[in-house]
Design a protein around this ligand. Structure first.
Ligand code: 6PG
Length: 246
């Protein structure tokens, strides 16, 4: 179970992004103060775009040279593809802040072999975190979104990656998209010092209630994110929190 679990509900999506940006910067300042760097894995999809844009505009002068950006998952497309999480983060954040190129670790998802791309990324993590065999990286913060089906990162219900216990990053076949995704595995997510979920909008309300209040057997992917020695924070707007009973 996570050391602490908190749920914050903000009135609007804009309030959610402001609160998430403040938490991001707080976590970054703490990590940089403690060990001179901040390692963060970003979420893809559309929700976090508002957070990334706010970080770019409100924290332009932050110590971005001490920040090391990774991606919790990526679509199996080139970085120029409209579906690419890297492209979304590059446009909303990376091109607007003074972060050295060598501080940004992009998934090489242009590789036609998704498994090779996942292994390449895993080796990037092993080198950066100087991992010994069997060790997992401990990110200072991992940002996650949640899909209406309860998936997170690219860990979809009933997909092969859910049972992976040894690898850090794998290629996951997602039937409904008829394509691979490249994703962190649960051992990496659950090793983080802090995981922050962002969920916004009424279309997420039913699943948010399920994830936070229901006992599903087997648990849905977003329910399986339980940092073993870290904080779990759910940041919601009122629309996404509307079905919560407590
Ligand atoms: C992705 C994300 C994915 C996302 C959820 C929610 O690559 O799409 O990593 O896990 O967080 O699908 O997406 P929205 O925020 O767009 O609803």
């Amino acid at each position: 179970m996570p050391s602490t679990r908190a749920v914050e509900v903000l009135a609007t999506a804009a309030d959610l992004f402001h609160a998430a940006a403040e938490e991001f910067i707080r976590a970054a300042r703490t990590a940089i103060g403690a060990c001179g760097r901040f390692t963060v894995a970003l979420a893809g999809g559309s929700t976090p775009k508002g957070l990334y844009s706010l970080l770019a505009t409100n924290y332009t002068n932050f110590a971005w040279n001490r920040v090391f950006l990774f991606f919790g998952d990526e679509r199996h497309v080139p970085p120029t593809d409209p579906e690419s999480n890297y492209r979304m983060v590059n446009e909303s954040l990376i091109t607007k802040i003074a972060i050295p190129a060598e501080n940004v670790f992009r998934v090489p998802a242009e590789n036609s072999d998704a498994s090779a791309a996942a292994l390449d990324y895993e080796n990037q993590l092993r080198r950066f975190f100087e991992l010994k065999p069997g060790e997992f990286p401990r990110f200072d913060l991992i940002l996650l979104g949640m899909g209406p089906d309860g998936h997170t990162a690219s860990l979809f219900p009933d997909s092969p990656a859910l049972d992976e216990k040894a690898r850090l990053v794998i290629a996951n076949w997602v039937e409904k998209f008829n394509s691979h995704r490249i994703t962190f595995t649960f051992p990496v997510l659950n090793r983080a010092a802090e995981v922050m979920f962002l969920a916004s909008g009424a279309d997420k309300a039913d699943m948010v209630r399920q994830i936070l209040e229901a006992k599903n057997a087997p648990p849905l992917p977003s329910q399986r994110v339980q940092p073993t020695d870290g904080q779990l924070l759910w940041m919601l707007d009122e629309a996404a929190a509307a079905k919560l009973t407590r």
